[in-house]
Design a protein around this ligand. Structure first.
Ligand code: UDP
Length: 240
């Protein structure tokens, strides 16, 4: 029986989450269990696109800021996302999951170029599609890429896997009384400057009516719970 609520989802996994407590590079103790759960969702017929971040290797503004020209620093960030995409693809393949990597910047020897129709065809055939290189443009984030790809492939929801288990009114690492929201509107996020996604990504999801579910990747089973429509984390969507 199919337990999943959503037929097609876009999972955004930040680079930081892939590094786990190493905070840099790839932590296969994190990647393995995440891929086990993606496999479970895939086997139940949920169509899955994945956008990966690159912050575990390089973030343009943060790491290049002041010492590098912005565009070049962002190019490096987009290459970092591709390293993560390949690592995830490999881990999924090792588990017998059919997978394709598509990159927004062409690098034909190692991945397919991003072509929307081809991506949706892969999804229909039950392949997980991992999108690398973000949007392919500097000055954007992989969060924006996640919304863009979700809109293009017609994903019903963006599953934003983070290092925190939802959206809080203040930093839960610093404030033990921080309050977690179950539900927020896009305008709440924009007006209150809540750290969900950057404003470009939030506006794009608002304009395209794509809900964003924020949850912690530390328990990878959360991906399955999210796909099944269980109430976890914080959902950002239109006001009722
Ligand atoms: N990046 C970019 N354009 C995009 C997506 C990403 O230039 O469309 C660059 C940017 O430098 C960014 C880096 O790639 O800092 C890594 O992406 P991001 O910071 O979104 O990764 P995450 O924080 O999710 O790990």
């Amino acid at each position: 029986m199919e337990a999943h609520k959503y037929k097609r989802v876009l999972i955004k996994i930040s680079g930081e989450a892939l590094a786990g407590d190493k905070h840099f590079g790839l932590n296969f103790d994190v990647i393995g269990p995440v891929c086990d759960v993606i496999k479970k969702c895939n086997e139940q017929g949920c169509e899955i696109g994945v956008v990966v971040g690159g912050g575990n290797f390089w973030r343009g503004v943060k790491d290049g800021g002041g010492k590098m020209e912005r565009t070049r620093a962002d190019h490096m960030g987009m290459l970092a996302t591709t390293i993560n995409a390949l690592a995830l693809a490999d881990a999924l393949e090792q588990r017998g999951v059919p997978v394709r990597v598509q990159t927004a910047i062409e690098m034909n020897r190692i991945a397919e170029p991003y072509i929307r129709q081809r991506a949706t065809r892969h999804l229909e055939k039950g392949r997980v599609v991992i999108f690398g290189c973000g949007t392919g443009n500097p000055f954007f984030s992989t969060d924006t890429a996640a919304v863009l790809r979700a809109a293009e492939i017609g994903a019903e929801v963006i599953l934003l896997a983070k290092n925190v288990d939802g959206v809080y009114d203040s930093d839960p690492a610093k404030n033990p009384n921080a309050k977690k929201y179950d539900h927020l509107s896009y305008m709440d996020v924009l007006n209150q400057g809540l750290g969900v996604m950057d404003t470009t990504a939030t506006s794009l999801s608002m304009d395209n009516h794509i809900p964003i579910l924020v949850f912690a990747l530390s328990d990878p089973e959360n991906i399955y719970r999210a796909v099944c429509g269980e109430k976890i984390g914080t959902i950002v969507e239109e006001e009722n």
